[in-house]
Design a protein around this ligand. Sequence first.
Ligand code: PLP
Length: 406
Amino acid sequence: MAVKLPIYMDHHATTPVAPEVFEAMRPYFLERFGNAASRNHAFGWAAESAVEAARSQIALLIGCKPVELVFTSGATESDNLAIKGVAQAYREKGTHIITSQIEHHAVLDSCKRLQKDGFQVTSLPVSRDGRVDPADVAKALTPKTILVSIMLANNEIGTVQPLAEIGRLCKERGVLFHSDAVQGVGKIPVNVDALGLDLMSLTAHKLYGPKGVGALYVRMGKPRVKLVAQMDGGGHEKGRRSGTLNVPGIVGFGKACELAGQLMAGEAARLTALRERLWAGIRARLDHAHLNGHPTLRLPGNLNVSFEYVEGESLLMSLKDVAVSSGSACTSASLEPSYVLKALGIGEALAHTSIRFGLGRGNTEEEVDYVCDRLAEQVTRLRAMSPLYEMAQDGVDLNTAQWSLH
Ligand code: PLP
């Protein structure tokens, strides 16, 4: 069967809205357009009850109470609200925050902002396969630590972090635990109690919902997390985030979570098999291809590969009918090698040759095979122009090679 071009394999950047999600949203743009805060007429009541139904759908997926969810404009806002909101609320208790070097910029830059404001931040390193060691968290905790923020799964290398172990440590020490879980929710089972989380950031557009809507889970009992709101205004969301609710977006977010809950087990198995097919297909066709991240403890749909001796951007440009990414979509405007790959200890040269494949609901075996063929073609073509590749083929060790006569 001929594949339909272009092929989308960048599901970490965003996902298409599922048709069922789109249909669920439609009436809330048209006939049921009310403001969920309008308490005195049927339009408002319809909007409010749709928002509450969505809140329950999302809560069910992550094992929390509906009231513990605060709707936001997406995970960037959720991360900001969690980190700055906790820091400001607990300043009297302490001013130390622990995070990791491979967090999304929404977390890293929120922490940087707090550093300018007098907080101390410890950014933990990760292992070669991208995992935070819980023992490092234990060592970094001090009596002044108020928050640990470690992502569930990385957006570039897909590595899944040992959150349950870190959560137990935080609980023992009475420290709040936040996770940016946007890449994992809807892909792998997530339960806030099992992971020991007090705060968790979510976004709809990574799980076949619409862009521009997200949520922050904020634990309400044992402990009851305090938060300083970052948005002042009408006091929506129990004062935790002011602003008129994006009703169609929230309805879509709820439907996307419901669908994800139903499809997750089957999709995880299917995408893991597709990912392994892609990796096997690459290795069968090409030498000098290196896997980045953990071989098994990774998101089902994530594959990150360095194609040695090939510049990643040139490879991207040559794969015109395949949408993949070199490094994170959010930073692909710059040509700096990915800070995530650098944190794994991958050299700058190899980091520049990496491609992130994000497989998702629409991808098929035929597409994977097509991508393997195109990759083999283009990598071989680009390597034919690389003097370094030629030297490596001739058995020259590039690390010890003498480059000049002086
Ligand atoms: N956190 C992670 C891990 C992400 O991958 C992204 C999106 O790329 C975000 C946060 C930002 O999410 P949003 O686009 O909803 O602001």
